[in-house]
Ligand binder design. Sequence first.
Ligand SMILES: [Zn+2]
Length: 338
Amino acid sequence: MKDAHRLPTWEGPKPDEVGETVEDFLQKLGRPSLLWFPGKDSSRTRAFSTLLHGNESSGVRALHRWIKEGHEPAVNLLCFIGVVHAILTEPFFSTRSVPGWRDLNRCFRPPFEGPDGAIAESLLLEFRSVKPEALIDVHNTSGRSPAYGVTTRGGRQQEFLTSLFSDHLVVTDLQLGALMEATEHDWPTVTIECGGANNHLSHEVAYQGFARYASAESLQHATPGVTVVHHPLRVEIRPGSTIVYGTERRAGTDLCLPLDVDLFNFGILTFQDSLGWVGPKGLDVLYTKDAQGCDRSREIFSIHEQTLRLVKPSRIMMATTRQDIAQSDCLFYVLPVQ
Ligand SMILES: [Zn+2]
């Protein structure tokens, strides 16, 4: 690990030191940073991470508000704030990644190359050195969505961590290089998607959840009422195919999804529902990936007069309406419910 990528750590930031606004706070940090808060019980530590994506502000807003309110956590907290320097050019919180970097939440596996890989490696070393009893990584969805948790290892503790923010937990074994995959074997880890990026309700969900995480005496409670969804399939567009969003089939494009496809999120759709429209490539435009990397598109989808339909009733999750994210990352996740 190169020293240039060591993460600066701010020990015990005080309410009057972190700026009036979250933008002031991030300008003071200036780069990816750690914050350390000593707890009432200093023998235990919890880890928290946010802003791995620069356009997802709810987590850092929650942390800033919590610091301004002058709380003391139940146990030590080690908090990471990610691509700070990506958001410092106005408009704030408009850029997902630092220009020239990869998506930071795809960098948490070897080889840890480049400046983004070095940050990821440093963070893992810092977290491992304090042996936290849990890690929560807070994100926002790019489309409208209820809040939900994502984990690679389902279990009682992951359900409890999710319940601090939401009542839905998605268990997925897809390996993307995300932070949670790197730490799941060491301590319970969940990613929280606390709703759409530009929604004040999402900021409130993140704040309430973070405040509960910081003040909880124990993370061992039973949590009835969390709905757990196992292993949804990740639907991507095949390279070289084009996607647009609209209200009807568009000539010359391979796939058109509804402008409000994010309204499907966490709902169950049937064969009756139109998911969008395909061009001459038909289902070959989609890659519906299971954990083994196999394409399950023909089991999941059918085409009826160029309309994309489901074969069986299925839950749609994590649908984005951002064309750039759809093209480069993922359209949505799908899981048959029978
Ligand atoms: Zn994110």
